[in-house]
Ligand binder design. Sequence first.
Ligand code: PMP
Length: 460
Amino acid sequence: MDGTLNNDIEKVVDADRAHVWHHLIQHKPFETGAPRIIVEGKGMRVWDQHGKEHLDAVSGGVWTVNVGYGRERIANAVRDQLIKLNYFAGTTGSIPGALFSERLIEKMPGMSRVYYTNSGSEANEKAFKMVRQIAHKRYGGKKHKILYRERDYHGSTLATMSAGGQDERNAQYGPFAPGFVRVPHCMEYRAQWDLSGEEYGVAAANAIEEVILAEGPDTVGALCLEPVTAGGGVITPPPGYWPRVQEICRKYDILLHIDEVVCGVGRTGTWFGYQHYGIEPDFVTMAKGVASGYAAIACCVTNEKVFDMFKEAPEDPMDYFRDISTFGGCTAGPAAALENMAIIEEEGLLENTTAMGDYMLDQLSALQDKHAVIGEVRGKGLFLGAELVADRDSREPVDEKLAQAVVGDCNAQGVIIGVTNRSIPGFNNTLCYSPALISTKDDIDQIVEATDKALTKVFG
Ligand code: PMP
């Protein structure tokens, strides 16, 4: 920390307490306690208003700051670009927009077009709108349904919540948009069928086919899935799942939309999570890691098959994608994203993510041997979860307050970890780890050690 923390910080805290509505939390405790203000960050670490250092094991709280804090190179590129040209609407091109799209598509064989927007929710909405428009253009509006999966999350807007698989998040916000249909989850640890391994994976995919058949294949336009479910429980897909999902989509001419808002841009050790599983998607949406939070940027990427459908009848005034995102025309996003991608390449961060992810998985598995409360450790790359259960045989989740206590104790030790969202009540019991892709063994040891101590303190 460079010492810029000054006496005025109390004024900042007062202003925050009086006027800021923080995301995703109950504010009552702030009437007496102070909100936490993060003042500065460098590498894997951040400092709060008290000057206390925290090792950030969740990349900015929500798996975003993939290349770590304090990257002057990104800040300088953004500064230079803003001075040259900060904005012009996305109806026209920009230099960083064109160059980043080219670099991005190089990493995504089979894909071809980048639609810029500024949040993960918005990127997903773009894909949903494209699916709806294709239904109208080609199928008289009939093939309009969008399938989504139990436990997956696709955003905070009403249409993306209509595709939200975490019931507790949706409670009190309905009614939702029609035409979104839920398919079962694919979490082997909490399997719905008495099967395991590949058999389970194929059964979970076949369950999607059952929904398609029940709805009528000619009414289903797309299937939207996270490659590894994030907030819903850090759920890695079972073997056999993805090949069968792909086969089903092809069989019924259903567009496959992969939501890479969390997994995208290195988080799992490949550029995109879907690339572990040999999938050929039609849509890929991404946000958080695209510019690691240095600028707001999100992308809805499509293949040429989808893009071509929007220029079939150029003489028809309704034939193009009639959509705009004002801030999709900001140049700071792609300028930051270009540098972010260059850093990942030059510093070998995909390789580091795979190596450190394997190391962390081993270390967390060792904790599992020590603490009976850890029911399962799972994840891919530096995107890991440790599910806490009251009983290993019954797999009954621990009381949510106890999972929160573990997070709180890690925080007190100066290590910020997360816990999965309240999804299906009783399932917000998975500790989450998504440290920056620059993590070292020492960082991981510190995170695991803090968890170890916290588990001992809370569970004995
Ligand atoms: N998809 C997934 C998988 C996410 O985890 C999130 C955000 N947590 C979103 C979409 C929505 O992104 P945003 O908050 O940028 O709208």
